[in-house]
Structure formats: C-alpha cells, structure tokens
Design a protein around this ligand. Sequence first.
Ligand code: 6GU
Length: 256
Amino acid sequence: MHFEIVTIFPELFGPFRSTGILGKAVDRGTVRLEVFDLRDWADNKWRQVDDEPYGGGAGMVLQATPALAAVRELESRAVDKPRTVMLTPRGRVFDQAVARELAALDHVIVLCGRYEGFDERIAHILKPDEVSIGDFVLGGGEVAAMVLVEAVARLIEGVVGDPDSVTDDSFTEGLLDHPCYTRPPEVEGHEVPDILRSGHHEAIRRWRLERAVEATVTRRPDLVNDNWDVYSEEVRLMVRRFGGGPRRNRHSTPSE
Ligand code: 6GU
C-alpha cells in the first residue's frame, strides 16, 4: 500500500510515520507513506497557497491551482491509477467499511485541507473521493489523514504483528470490544472475573462475546441495527436476551 499525503504541515507527520506499528510497517516497506508540502506547488515566490474568498467573509480558501498541480504530478509519476481522497467535513463519513475499501487499493493520494475550505473547482475537476471522519469541525485534514492511514494500514496484511488481532475483529464484527483485564488480579478491591482465570476456553469465549453484545446493546443500539445482517445466530440470540435488535413486526423477513 502506498499513501501519498499532500499538506501544508508536512512536519506533523514525522513521528506519526516512524512510531509504533505503522513505523515498523513503513521500515519493512509493507506500507509506503510519503508526505508532500503543498507549498512546493505554489505559483508564487512566497509559496502562498491560499487566498481570500470571492464574495467576502472570514477565513481563507485553499487555491485550486497548487492542489491540482500536486495531484497531477503524483498521478503522472504513478504506474497505477491512484485513488485521490479529499479530506473534508462534507465527505462521506469514514468507518470500518470505508477503511476496508481503501485497504484493498494499492495507492491512495490524500489531500488535506486547511482554512475555510478548498476552492470548489478542485472537487469539480478532480472528482476526488471526499471523506470526513465525523460530524465535528477540525482545523484541517491532517489529523483526519492520520486517522484514515492508521485505520487502513492495520488492515493490510503484515502490518499488525499478530493477525488474530485483526481477524478477531471479524468474529465480533459490528460489536464493541469485551472488557479486558491484566495483572494484578485485584485492584483497590476490584477483582478480575473468575472465569477469565478458569482456563475454560469455550466458557471464556462465550463470556467475552456476551460482554461485547451487552456493551453494544446498551451503549450503541444504533450499531446493533446497522450490523444485524452480519451477526451470527449466536450473536443475535444474545442480543435478544439483552433486549436489543431490530423491532420484530409482521413484515419481518424469514432471516429475522
Ligand atoms: Cl476530513 N476535515 C476537517 N477540516 N474537519 C473534519 C473532517 C475533515 N472530518 C471531520 N471534521
């Protein structure tokens, strides 16, 4: 997987690309992560890439010309046809399904915005994949780019050391994680649940699945409804026992 990030703050990505699991993947060459300074494509000696909005108002707008030049140069150097992702609060909302979609690609160019926004002609001309990381406003796309790269990279084969920690996610797809405990066995009078120290693997598996279902039904009933179709029969029965799941009505399908 090859990520190319275009930003006016390339220095933000230094420790990000060299630390932890992602840093190791970059060192091994499993992930290629390059960061480019949008100002290198500025059309003036001051390296300015923003200007005042036509029509007036507060803030500055990212100019179209440098962004177009940057993406075109990266595209022309590529052997394949890269996907261009534009990070903007108006984009489709990033989630695990979008992460999986991007992880299946070989090459992604990520365009980070700043200021009040991008000149509309960037989107009009490039027709990028516009992506938001949620319904809140950031100062720019850089942190969003890190969110996207981290979520996508860990889905790529060989990035996460123990592949079980990725594939386990698919058994519990659409569920929140079960609670975890580590030593010591007692903290301020609170003990680790006995079952986790019992050595009964099947009982532990079932307990964890139940706790995951319980957490999801009580904390995120919206996730239960969105993911009902991907749940196993075992999970559906547990959801029902916790009083969750889609409403059953006389038009329900046989699968429900
Ligand atoms: Cl991708 N960019 C900005 N500026 N704000 C955001 C966002 C992106 N996603 C959520 N808020």
